[in-house]
Design a protein around this ligand. Structure first.
Ligand code: ATP
Length: 320
């Protein structure tokens, strides 16, 4: 392939810019031309497309968000939207497309592939909920942002002998809560992928208090329930002087960590290698620390993301 395009779609994630930079620079290095599509599939359909050169992706590796902007555009799930998108790509003479985004964005890439247009998915979402990879771009930054908040909240929890319920993003996945919870020494981690019993949570807090423990930190994944609701249910088992903190979108932005920048650079470079060889219909990932490319249709239809539940068991042992 000689001419490729790139877009970012769905929720922004720190490191998306580093991936755009990597795709652009590697492609130009390999003698290809690169086009950037603004606002994800919404921009594709209306032809918001421009040529990217080396300086266009300068000074963005360290920036959060996405310089190509993003959009939610449900119309791309329709035949009409997809055909319009392919028409625009053909108009610009583009032969392959790199899509950086989450699960929904992958479905767009899969739809294009099924219609005969080669697309490659790069996993970019803080939620880490994409099949075919152990880690997504943005996850490491997100857990470090959550961790900083947990450490700060711990100061107050200890000083005032409080229980804190800290709600974190992740949609239906518990990865952010799990990793940040272990790193932050959480007393309990509540995730959608593992059942919990409110009475046991309450007993654990009580046991800690009896031992003279001052703070209690519960990290709650938003996919389970809201923190207010959790605190209310907990209050049925006793008064634990509970406070609630919902971290929300704070966790989505910010400068990407070194790990996310390197991951984004690896994925970007690899996607270009694949397209250069004429290979599309794939999604790239990191499995057991190795770069892999898998069939995007098979990945979306037959594979499932599972969080590392050994971390959950470990935390139970570390926080009883
Ligand atoms: P995140 O999980 O971080 O929010 P995401 O990529 O899952 O990211 P979505 O809003 O679900 O975010 O999807 C992004 C875009 O992908 C949608 O706005 C839409 O344009 C496109 N898309 C989603 N589902 C489909 C589908 N089934 N077919 C075609 N395109 C789709």
């Amino acid at each position: 392939m000689k001419r490729i395009a790139i877009l970012t779609s769905g929720g922004d994630a720190p490191g998306m810019n580093a991936a755009v930079r990597a795709v652009t620079r590697k492609a130009i290095y390999e003698g290809m031309e690169v086009y950037g599509i603004n606002y994800g599939y919404a921009g594709l359909v209306v032809g918001d497309i421009r040529r990217l050169d080396i300086p266009d992706v300068g000074d963005i590796i360290q920036r959060g968000g996405t310089r190509l902007f993003s959009a939610r555009y449900p119309e791309f799930a329709t035949e009409e939207g997809q055909l319009k998108g392919i028409e625009q790509l053909k108009k610009f003479g583009i032969e392959g497309l790199v899509v950086i985004g989450g699960d929904g964005s992958y479905h767009g890439a899969m739809a294009l592939t099924k219609r005969g247009f080669p697309a490659i998915g790069i996993p970019g979402t803080i939620d880490n909920d994409i099949p075919g990879t152990d880690f997504t771009i943005g996850f490491d930054t997100a857990i470090n942002t959550v961790l900083e908040s947990i450490d700060r909240i711990r100061d107050t929890a200890t000083s005032h002998v409080r229980t804190f319920v800290i709600e974190v993003m992740g949609r239906n996945a518990g990865d952010i809560a799990l990793w940040a919870g272990v790193a932050g020494g959480a007393d309990d981690i509540i995730i959608p992928e593992h059942e919990f019993d409110m009475e046991s949570v309450a007993n654990k807090i009580r046991d800690g208090r009896d031992r003279g423990k001052k703070h209690c930190l519960i990290v709650l994944a938003e996919g389970v329930m809201g923190a207010e609701e959790f605190a209310e249910q907990l209050s049925e088992y006793g008064n634990f002087h509970t406070r609630v903190s919902v971290l929300g979108h704070i966790v989505r932005g910010g400068s990407p960590t070194a790990r996310d920048r390197v991951l984004a650079s690896k994925f970007g470079g690899y996607a270009v290698d694949l397209l250069k060889e004429g290979k599309g219909g794939l999604c790239v990932g990191l499995l057991d620390n190795k770069l892999v490319a898998a069939d995007i249709v098979d990945t979306l239809e037959n594979k499932k993301h599972n969080p590392d539940l050994s971390l959950y068991q470990l935390n139970q042992a570390l926080s009883f």
